[in-house]
Design a binder for this molecule. Structure first.
Ligand code: FES
Length: 260
């Protein structure tokens, strides 16, 4: 505990002036009341620490040090290198730091690996299962579709149009001025082999199934609200905003195509 005492002393510029005693009617200190201090409370106060609180005309209190509280012994959990309080812990600092770094690094690597495994499993669980993937592709034999005809297949629950175009249709669609189109797209960008047009049979207006080889442009016609598509599946007239969608497909050979 720190204690301090102040004494007034004379300075070079200011002489020591004796204190003036002013007699007032009201006595601040009650002389009859025993002044409480550490000594007057001797026997009750513990020997260490600021245990006694006193104030003028106020109540005094004694705070007891609760030395009877039992503190658990954590020695079992402490590192042997720092158990001895008399010994400097500096010598063992390298080995303790190495241990801490190794533990932290190891935990971080383990956490990252666990997180990667969890994320991979989560993402994999969202991808299509094997049975869904099996029906996601359709193989079409093109030699069964005569020239000038359109055949409809069911693919992923939607109608799929496969059209065997004539030379005349190919030339007509190839020469269409893109400026006339609502959804400008060249015929070359919609077909892999100009002889074959493969599109989804879903009207881009409200989803009806258009009729093949009908309409003003000879391609497809949607009777629901009167949308006309050409032989490349491009919208030419009516309320539909976009061309018929071209799915992904690839030719295995000249007569076989796989869609999906
Ligand atoms: S759904 Fe085809 S025109 Fe409306």
């Amino acid at each position: 505990m720190l204690e301090a005492t102040a004494f007034p002393v004379a300075g070079p510029l200011k002489a020591l002036v004796p204190g003036v005693i002013i007699n007032e009617e009201k006595i601040l200190i009650d002389p009859k009341k025993p002044f409480l201090c550490r000594e007057s409370l001797s026997g009750q106060s513990p020997k260490t620490g600021p245990a006694v609180t006193v104030s003028i005309n106020g109540k005094a209190g004694v705070r007891f040090a609760h030395t009877d509280i039992r503190v658990p012994d954590f020695s079992h959990y402490r590192r042997p290198d720092v158990l001895n309080p008399q010994k400097s812990s500096q010598e063992s600092s390298e080995s303790r730091k190495t241990f801490s770094y190794l533990m932290t690094g190891g935990s971080a690597v383990l956490s990252l690996y666990t997180a990667k495994t969890l994320i991979t499993q989560f993402v994999t669980s969202m991808s299509a299962s094997a049975d869904v993937l099996a029906v996601s592709k359709i193989e079409i034999k093109l030699d069964q579709i005569p020239e000038g005809k359109n055949m409809t297949f069911k693919w992923r629950g939607k109608p799929l149009f496969v059209r065997h175009r004539t030379e005349k249709e190919i030339k007509t669609e190839d020469s269409v001025n893109l400026a006339e189109l609502r959804d400008p797209q060249h015929d070359k960008d919609r077909v892999v082999n100009p002889k074959w047009v493969i599109v989804l049979g879903v009207c881009t207006h409200l989803g009806c199934v258009p009729i093949a080889n009908a309409g003003e442009y000879g391609g497809y016609y949607c009777p629901c609200h009167g949308s006309h598509y050409d032989a490349s599946g491009r919208i030419r007239k009516g309320p539909a905003p976009l061309n018929l969608e071209v799915p992904y497909y690839e030719f295995l050979d000249d007569d076989t195509v796989i869609v999906g």
